[in-house]
Design a protein. Structure first.
Length: 226
């Protein structure tokens, strides 16, 4: 409840989407009733009520997902859509919220069963390429896994040349600098080296693509929790 009240006072951006995740609605919290356990959101100018009701009907559910962007955190929650009236879009106050700490560059961990690969020039044999599985990614950098015997290769400050990966259909190429390398246990219990890199040279367009990917994948992962 306090988070919703904070969002109302600050006019924090609120994103709403239905179960099929086909489209997001941009709004903000406009009114809260503790007594009735409901809250309202503004109806955006381009909002199509018929299309919204049709989406709910096709999903056979009035449950919707929301993301509230506060100063210190991002809140994800699921709740029930109740109605549209003169006060706006009416929802039930959620019973629980998932908080994701806001940081300069939000990070997304690649889920089990999903694969994102990065390719770059082999630091030892420049005529060859190294291909690694990404562990997590943000608009500021990423980490990837490598065999334990590679620990001595990835020293702090090493510049990885021709560093490239693809998000969706968008190829991205950046300059990457190794920030750390340490041994860890992967999800199968095997020992690997986790290499963290910082993107040094990256266009604002590519940084925006990565940030959008991270947010979109985070909200999709959140929706699967219910």
């Amino acid at each position: 409840m306090r988070a919703l009240e904070e969002g109302q006072k600050s006019l924090a951006p609120l994103l709403i989407w239905t179960k099929d995740q086909s489209k997001m609605i941009e709004s903000s919290v406009s009114m809260i009733s503790r007594a009735d356990q409901i809250f309202y959101c503004w109806i955006p100018p381009q909002f199509e009520a018929k299309k919204f009701y049709k989406d709910l009907e096709e999903n056979n559910s009035n449950d919707v997902f929301l993301n509230l962007s506060l100063v210190a955190s991002n809140l994800f929650f699921k709740t029930r859509f109740l109605a549209i009236d003169s006060a706006g879009l009416k929802f039930q106050i959620p019973s629980r919220l998932f908080k994701v700490q806001r940081r300069h560059n939000a990070r997304f961990q690649i889920p089990l069963g999903h694969v994102l690969r990065v390719e770059f020039e082999d630091p030892v044999f420049p005529e060859s390429k190294m291909r690694k599985s990404v562990i997590d990614i943000s608009a500021g950098g990423m980490s990837f896994a490598s065999p334990v015997e590679d620990l001595a290769i990835f020293v702090e400050g090493l510049l990885l040349k021709d560093f490239q990966f693809t998000l969706g259909l968008k190829p991205i190429q950046v300059s990457a600098e190794v920030k750390h390398a340490k041994i860890f246990k992967d999800r199968t219990g095997s020992s690997k080296v986790k290499v963290g890199v910082l993107f040094n040279e990256i266009s604002e367009a590519d940084r925006s693509v990565i940030a959008s990917y991270v947010f979109d994948q985070t909200r999709k992962m959140f929706a699967k929790l219910f």
